[in-house]
Design a binder for this molecule. Structure first.
Ligand SMILES: *Cc1c(COP(=O)(O)O)cnc(C)c1O
Length: 470
């Protein structure tokens, strides 16, 4: 309502704080990040491997509690750092790879071939051969790929071990998916597997669903168990199923997320850019990570009478899961230095020392929403936001914004301050990275928990991940 003829100020752009994370805050408050920004002279990512370990342990606990014989494979495409694969090797977890380079990386950092699952459509003969030679489990996406795998297995025959495979099911509920085989193709594939005899070992079925809902995963898993029983009756081994990835990550509190979605509109973005609620990743998920796996196991698959867990136990079927994002939850952040600040009507445009290619969400017509922390040389800026600013990259492209949104910062950002985007290890850091403009790729810094073993009391210790710009 207008008071004395002055219309009320429209509410400012909404914030979207990430869940509180004291371990990350301790790093932001330690002074280490300014030191690293100075040392590397550009943006960088930091990685927290103890978080990966904790996420893996939580997923395994969910399998154990359900009494299910299960195995976790880290979906490597979610982040290229070596440290995750090293953690998998150290903790006996598997790795899901989909390209020859990923397979080499996994083997090279100590994961055994038999602990790999090889996914992806129409895999190259090179990848199929390497998978078979190393005893990896290959998910077969089509009849044509099955034939190529069988041909390779026959020509290698003799003393070598049989090629291990799963057949990937096209999700009946997502018939538009370009992945997997429909019911008739699965039927045909089973016949070909039987005829291939000892050249192969048909170990079961797999799927990977879009979206994050747990019920469709339980339903399709139930269907795959039925397929296993059918395959066993034909003399095939078929003792395991893979439910792929897609365990949600919960970045923000429910109230913050719903308030954000209700408030956000084009005026809150640079250049009045507009996003529909459905353009965003669901940054709040009431059921996420290990709880999502538990929900899948507890659900009664469509048409059945017992939980998926009971069905797996009762049929002696092993469950494989291939989470990427969920294993990386809160396991890393991305740090950019403010290089310029300019004013526009009602907000500032920050330019940082990196690009949106190091915060990938932008390249899917979307935006990474959890608020970045503003870290000044004197420490974190805290309090109520009153200084809106969008964040541009150090390139000559109008479209290169890390954040179009006018983030309400608690203080006016200044040159030399750092912006720390939280929880970016899952897909944000490197899936789209590029040395566009001859800018170097941001290095990845592994930080051990402050106060952890060998960290010298309260001071966090760091080292480079083995990956440098390549
Ligand atoms: C991408 C992918 C995953 C991992 O998905 P997340 O959503 O990161 O858990 C697992 N399996 C397959 C086959 C994939 O393509």
């Amino acid at each position: 309502m207008a008071v004395n003829g002055i219309p009320p100020a429209p509410p400012g752009p909404p914030s979207l704080p990430a869940h509180p994370d004291p371990a990350t805050d301790a790093i932001l408050d330690s002074g280490l990040l300014h030191e690293l920004s100075h040392a590397f002279g550009g943006p960088f990512h930091f990685l927290l491997p103890h978080r990966f370990d904790a996420n893996l342990a939580a997923l395994r606990a969910a399998l154990d509690e359900a009494g299910v014989d299960g195995r976790v494979y880290y979906a490597k495409k979610a982040n290229k750092a070596a440290v995750w694969v090293e953690r998998c090797a150290a903790r006996g977890a598997g790795v899901d790879v989909a390209a020859p380079g990923e397979l080499r990386e996994a083997l090279g950092h100590g994961v055994r071939g038999e602990d790999l699952v090889v996914t992806g459509p129409a895999k190259s003969d090179e990848l199929l051969r390497a998978a078979a030679l190393h005893g990896a489990l290959t998910t077969v996406d089509s009849l044509g790929e099955l034939d190529r795998l069988l041909t390779g297995a026959r020509t290698r025959s003799g003393a070598l071990r049989p090629a291990r495979l799963l057949l990937r099911r096209l999700p009946p509920a997502q018939p538009e998916s370009r992945f997997g085989m429909d019911g008739a193709e699965i039927e045909e594939a089973l016949g070909r597997c039987v005829r291939a005899g000892d050249a192969i070992r048909m170990e079961g079925f797999s799927f990977h669903l879009s979206g994050y809902a747990t019920r469709p995963r339980a339903d399709l898993a139930g269907h795959l168990v039925d397929l296993c029983l059918k395959a066993r009756a034909m003399g095939l081994r078929a003792d395991r199923i893979s439910i792929g990835g897609g365990l949600a990550v919960d970045y923000t509190a429910a109230a913050d997320w719903h308030a954000f979605l209700a408030a956000q509109r084009p005026a809150h973005y640079h250049a009045r850019k507009s996003f529909a609620a459905g353009d965003f990743y669901p940054y709040h998920s009431p059921v996420a990570g290990a709880a999502a796996l538990r929900a899948v196991l507890d659900a009664v698959p469509e048409g059945g009478r017992e939980s998926l867990a009971a069905r797996l136990r009762g049929t002696g079927t092993r469950l494989l899961a291939e989470p990427g994002r969920a294993l990386l939850d809160r396991a890393g952040s991305s740090v950019f230095r403010v290089q310029g600040v300019k004013d526009r009507a009602g907000y500032a445009i920050l330019t940082v020392d990196g690009t949106s290619l190091s915060l990938s969400e932008q390249w899917f017509g979307s935006e990474y929403l959890p608020d970045p922390a503003l870290v000044t040389p004197a420490g974190r800026a805290l309090g109520q936001g009153a200084h809106p600013a969008c964040v541009g990259g150090a390139t000559c492209l109008e479209s290169d914004l890390l954040t179009w949104r006018k983030i309400p910062f608690p203080a006016r950002p200044a040159v030399g301050d750092l912006l720390v985007y939280p929880n970016t290890a899952g897909y944000q850091m490197d899936s789209n990275e590029s040395s566009f403009h001859d800018l170097p790729l941001p290095p990845k810094i592994v930080i051990e928990a402050a106060g952890g073993r060998g960290t010298g009391g309260g001071r966090p210790r760091w080292r480079l991940d083995r990956h440098l710009a390549r």
